[in-house]
Each structure stands twice: as structure tokens, then as C-alpha cells.
Design a protein around this ligand. Structure first.
Ligand code: PMP
Length: 452
């Protein structure tokens, strides 16, 4: 599709159109856990408008042009959470088209500025209504004056998914040398998933097609939709996916951070969600070539707080209390509760270690002590933020036993403690860990110590 450049346009239009697509595919070795299971991602930030939506916007504008709906007398109107709008504005500029976009008022300041730079005109809609509010407003504006607008309606426009049928999928087949076995992609309008998946199914009916969406209506993964609670796009075909995965926002954010730090890939949070889907698929396989789409780059989200990993702030008193407890309990493990508010620990409450499997190697909190910790937190109008325990003669990293006995959403502080031959026990490193939502591993969180 991208080769058959529409005739009749000046070179300035043809050249920018021709720059859409043919994005690189990179292997994510840092995230491959098994020898025979390869994971690849297509870097859609390398499109001229910076996202996967350049493909769909180009196809929808070309389709409108072919049907005589596009011209200087009509404003291009649509609802978009950002990337499609940027793509429309980029492609419209050399065409001399005016663009009006309905966007939720909470889109990032980077996006607002970017759309302004391309000369688009923005209609802000209620942030609480998300992209659905923007869709309703676009429909209202169009119905009021249909002749004034070219309204591609990306949610119901078949040119949207066809863009991926005609470009994304053939590129993936070529770039993997025809080896791909699994395709994973997030759902927004569903154009990327629907178009790519349909072509891959035609190519090789055994290809496994896996869709990814956020696990709750109030999620923080820009660009994706929680289908059960959203206006379902008319082009969405739920029967296409072999598996439909739901991803927690926190996991998507944690993987987005890891992609930058461990793979040098600075991408947006929907890429983190796509990777979470790939890792879930990878766990079920012994052999396979999993391919996904990274829809955009991280620069569009720089002002968002998720870039810094969650951090735990320990008061000086609580840190000293944890270290003193660890030294006293040596050579046994000690344990206790972390009580405070908003990630700031105000109190380290000692609890008994009832492990009968050798208290030098394990800790276990009794149900009664757990309730005491909850009650202490309630009484102080605070929360139970997590637990601490010591690792006698071991580093401050969680053990396999810790992994089996931890809960998500809590902090696990571990302090290592040892005893030199001639002195009393001394504590060493103190580190904090949080269990991933899929319970497969811990991620380290930063610890700061402060006077509170
Ligand atoms: N991620 C981001 C950042 C997006 O902007 C979009 C488009 N809404 C998607 C994913 C999903 O793409 P699609 O609309 O093709 O389903």
C-alpha cells in the first residue's frame, strides 16, 4: 500500500506519505527467559509522526481522497487521544488541510504542544469521560454540520485496520523471515491488532493471535481501551483473538521503565503493556517467535510520574529500629511490619517469627500478629505498607521462599546481618522489594532515609 503513492499530489505530500512504515524490528533479548522463545518488537516511534497511528491516518486520508471527501473546504475532524491526531496533523500540513481534534482535557502537555506546533485546532472534552467523551463530541460536531467536515471516524473506519493488513503484517512476515508464531498487540481502536491479525491468519492459519487490554476501566495506559467498559469500536472483532489478556497498569509501567533501563528502548506505556502480554505468552511456550508492536516513544509521556520507580521513605527511627532488631535476633531472622502513609514509613513494628522451618533461614508472621499490625496501623490512621525481615549471613535479596510468601502492593524490606568473630552482630545492606503482579519475581524499589 505504501508504495502506491496517490497520484495528483505534489512531491512534498508524496515524500512525507512515503516515509510512513517500514519501521525496524528489534529483538528483546533482555526479556527472553528461555532458549527457544524469541521476542521481537516493532518500533513504531520511527514513523515520521512518531507513532503507529501514522499508518492508519495515512490510509484513512487516502481513502477519503479516493472517495472525494477531502478538500480545502472541509476540515478534517476526529476524536483522538493524541497519536492519531498528531498523524492527521502531520499528513494534513503539506496537503494544506485544516484539522480539528476532540481530545480529553488530560492529554499530556507534550501532546497539546505538539498538536499546536502542527497547527491543529483542539476541542477539549471532559477528562473523566476519557476517549469516549471525545468520540461523543466529534459525533456531535459532525452531525451539526456534516458538509463542513471530513470525518474519518477512526473507530469505525475500515481503512484503519486495512492499513495494518497491507503494511504492518507483511513487514512482520518479511522481517522475521516468515518465522513468527505468535502476534501480540494492545487494543485501542483495535486497528493495529485487527488488521495485522487478519493478514497473519490468512498467511498462516496456525499463527496465535493475542490481544492485550488494561484490566480496569480507570487505567493509566494511554492509547489502550478497557473494552468491557468502553464504547466498543465498530471495527473491533473480538472473535479474532485466540487469547485476550488483561494487564495491570502497574505492570505496564514497570516494564516501560525496564525497557528504557535494560534494553535502551524509550517507549510509551502501551509498549510496556504489549511486552507484559508477550512475557505471559512466553511463559506458556518451549519454542516460539513472539512479535509485538511498540506503538510510540517515551518522549510523549515525559511529564508523567511513572518514570520513577516507586520509592519507600524510611524515617531514621524506623531504620534504626529495623537494624537493632536484626542485630538482636541474630543468628535468627527477625521480622516486623512497616506502618505509615503514602510510601513513608513512620514506624517499624516488631513481630514474632513463628517459622518452624529454622528461624535462621525463614520468617513467618502469625495471623494474630498480622491482625495486630493492621490494628496498629488503623489506630495511627495509617496503612500497613509492608514487612521487614533480616537475612543472617545472606545478601538483602529475596529468596525463593520470600517469593512464595509475599503479596503484591506491599514493600518487603530486607536487611542483611552478620557477625564478625570478635564483635556483636552488625547489619549491612538494607534494600526494599515489591512483588510483580504476576508473582513471578520481585522488582527492587528505591529506599530513602529521612527525618519525618
Ligand atoms: N498505543 C498507543 C500509544 C496509541 O496511541 C494507540 C492508538 N489509540 C494504541 C496503542 C492502539 O492502537 P490501535 O488504535 O490501532 O488499536
Amino acid at each position: 500500500m505504501l508504495e502506491e503513492v496517490a497520484s495528483g499530489h505534489p512531491a512534498s505530500v508524496r515524500e512525507i506519505d512515503a516515509a510512513v512504515g517500514r519501521t525496524p524490528l528489534v529483538r528483546l533479548r533482555a526479556f527472553e527467559a528461555k532458549e527457544g522463545v524469541e521476542i521481537y518488537a516493532k518500533l513504531e516511534s520511527r514513523n515520521p509522526g512518531g507513532s503507529v497511528k501514522d499508518r492508519a491516518a495515512l490510509a484513512m486520508i487516502r481513502d477519503g481522497e479516493a472517495r472525494g471527501l477531502v478538500g480545502p473546504h472541509r476540515t478534517l475532524l476526529d476524536a483522538t487521544s493524541g497519536n492519531t491526531g498528531i498523524a492527521y496533523a502531520m499528513l494534513a500540513a503539506p496537503r494544506g488541510l485544516h484539522v480539528r481534534l476532540c481530545v480529553p482535557a488530560n492529554i499530556t502537555p507534550e501532546r497539546t504542544r505538539l498538536l499546536g506546533a502542527y497547527g491543529a485546532d483542539l476541542v477539549f472534552t471532559d477528562a473523566m469521560e476519557g476517549s469516549d467523551g471525545a468520540i461523543r463530541e466529534a459525533r456531535r460536531l459532525y452531525e451539526r454540520d456534516p458538509d463542513a467536515y471530513f470525518y474519518p471516524d477512526q473507530y469505525g473506519n475500515h481503512a484503519n485496520w486495512r492499513a495494518h493488513f497491507n503494511s504492518t503484517a507483511p513487514e512482520l512476515i518479511e522481517q522475521t523471515g516468515g518465522r513468527l508464531t505468535h502476534f501480540v498487540a494492545g487494543l485501542g481502536t483495535s486497528g493495529t491488532f485487527t488488521g495485522t491479525a487478519r493478514r497473519l491468519r490468512d498467511w498462516h492459519p496456525a499463527t496465535r493471535l493475542v490481544s492485550v487490554q488494561p484490566d480496569s476501566p480507570l487505567h493509566g495506559v494511554e492509547g489502550l481501551k478497557h473494552m468491557a467498559s468502553a464504547i466498543v469500536p465498530a471495527i473491533y472483532d473480538p472473535a479474532l483473538a485466540d487469547d485476550a489478556l488483561e494487564i495491570a497498569t502497574e505492570d505496564a509501567h514497570a516494564l516501560t521503565r525496564r525497557l528504557a533501563r535494560e534494553a535502551g528502548l524509550f517507549v510509551g506505556p502501551s509498549s510496556g503493556a504489549a511486552l507484559a502480554g508477550c512475557l505471559e505468552v512466553a511463559r506458556t511456550l518451549d519454542r516460539g517467535v513472539i512479535v509485538t508492536i511498540f506503538p510510540d516513544g517515551g518522549d510523549r509521556y515525559l511529564s508523567e510520574p511513572f518514570w520513577s520507580a516507586p520509592a519507600l521513605a524510611l524515617s531514621h527511627e524506623s531504620e534504626s529500629a529495623i537494624r537493632a532488631h536484626a542485630a538482636e535476633a541474630y543468628p535468627h531472622e527477625c521480622c516486623g511490619a512497616l506502618i505509615g502513609r503514602g510510601g513513608a514509613v513512620a514506624q517499624a513494628l516488631r513481630l514474632g517469627n513463628i517459622s518452624d522451618a529454622g528461624r535462621a533461614r525463614r520468617f513467618l508472621v502469625s495471623p494474630a500478629d498480622y491482625q495486630r499490625a493492621e490494628a496498629t496501623a488503623d489506630f495511627a490512621d495509617a496503612e500497613l505498607l509492608g514487612f521487614y525481615h533480616s537475612h543472617p549471613n545472606h545478601p538483602a535479596v529475596p529468596s525463593a521462599f520470600d517469593l512464595q510468601h509475599a503479596w503484591p502492593n506491599l514493600s518487603y524490606v530486607i536487611v542483611s546481618v552478620s557477625k564478625p568473630a570478635t564483635a556483636s552482630a552488625e547489619t549491612g545492606a538494607l534494600r526494599s522489594w515489591r512483588l510483580r503482579h504476576d508473582r513471578t519475581a520481585f522488582d527492587e524499589e528505591n529506599v530513602s532515609t529521612s527525618c519525618q
